[in-house]
Design a protein around this ligand. Sequence first.
Ligand code: ATP
Length: 328
Amino acid sequence: MALLDVRNLTVTLNDDLDSIHAIDKMSLTIRENGFHGLVGESGSGKTLFAKALMGILDERWTVKADRLFWQDRDLLKMSAEKRREVINRDIAMIFQEPSRSLDPTAPIFDQLSEVIPTSELKCSFWARKQARRQYAANLLKKVGIKSYDFCLDAFPHELSEGQCQKIMIAMAIARKPKMLIADEPTDAMESTTKVQILRLLQKLNETQDMAILLISHDLEAVTHWAKNMTILYAGQSVEAGNVKELVANPFHPYTKALFQNLAQFTQQANHKSPLTTLKGTTPPLQHLPIGCRLGPRCPQAQKNCVIAPKANRVKGHVFNCHFPINVR
Ligand SMILES: Nc1ncnc2c1ncn2[C@@H]1O[C@H](COP(=O)(O)OP(=O)(O)OP(=O)(O)O)[C@@H](O)[C@H]1O
């Protein structure tokens, strides 16, 4: 069953002069207990999508969708207050640069303590402080922090970025959410820490039945850890499906170009061989092409591409392209 089902979500930035669809009819489905990757270049709208889902965009943004279902419940039909309640209860989010998300003036225990629900403490009022400490220590153990006593009393600046991110994950899972959105959780981290964090997400997914939405521009990491993925280009869904099937048989010209690059990085290519790229650059938000936004860069583009393609489903892939490749 789908845990989250989003169809044709549009996020519009309204200013005095204009309205810009920063995200244009994006769709994404995450199964119960799924590990889903959301991939796209910088500025493609990955964070905006997550923020729109969490309802944390400011009043300059408008969010519309044809369908927004959470566990078969229609979020669009709920009042804003009820929707916030459901989302805050069931979905947690962690961001890049974890040390900036923590309060630099408070020890970790005080910050963790705030997010531990009192209902989880099965003890008398007088024993609560001790129980909170024990609960916080258990959370840190769960995310793989061995020096939990030191960490609980430490301030964020005394800890590494990797430890701070593990603490953010501990805070996120304290309420036992059904889904964790990890937005570039390993950005600018060294490779061993990066693997530890991604392995931790995988463990939460496998042992706690927690769905994970891993947002990243690191295609190699996403194809390694996620089971399904959605690819975004300039705010439009490009292709989505099972990772192995997408890698083996991409239908969209953009997906094909992405995976060609991935192969050149992961396999031993000649150091002088040029990287395959699509001509041109990603359009800025102020100059988005009409129709399919890849159009001006796409080797397959034809006249019809000035009309945005609808989603097509073939062999479990969903792709948005008038002239897909490899479709038989
Ligand atoms: N507060 C804002 N005001 C104006 N434009 C914004 C704002 N936040 C995001 N944008 C624009 O919306 C688009 C999508 O941004 P978003 O942060 O979602 O991209 P992203 O794919 O998450 O990129 P990155 O990987 O760099 O975080 C970008 O063009 C960005 O410049």
